[in-house]
Design a protein. Structure first.
Length: 114
């Protein structure tokens, strides 16, 4: 699984972790419903998770559109606005579980969150 975050939001580490956790949970639920074999394989093979960043909302939406077009399991997290940012802000796209090569075609050039 790869999580793509918005760098322009400058989320705290805790908030970023929570948003990625929301994406992971939703992606697992989607996989369980739509592709249980992929989920089982993902869990048996180490359940890799990588966090990348993109500059802004426009580029985040582009990543989501590319993942959907590729037929990958994906989820766009929209924040409820209880803490650091206003409600309705799109924060993270979760992609996977799925074939590593297919996900890397979309996210492989993005910088890692440091």
């Amino acid at each position: 699984m790869v999580f793509v975050t918005r760098n322009d939001l400058q989320l705290s580490k805790g908030k970023l972790a929570a948003q990625c956790s929301h994406a992971a949970a939703e992606c697992v639920l989607i996989a369980k419903r739509e592709s249980p074999r992929k989920l089982d394989q993902y869990l048996r093979n180490g359940a890799r998770k990588i966090v990348c960043k993109t500059p802004d909302m426009v580029s985040l939406r582009q990543v989501m559109a590319r993942a959907k077009k590729a037929g990958l399991i994906c989820h766009l997290v929209t924040d409820a606005g209880h803490t650091e940012i206003p409600p309705g802000m799109e924060t993270v796209v979760g992609i996977g579980p799925g074939p590593r090569g297919d996900i890397d075609k979309i996210t492989g050039d993005l910088p890692l969150v440091g």
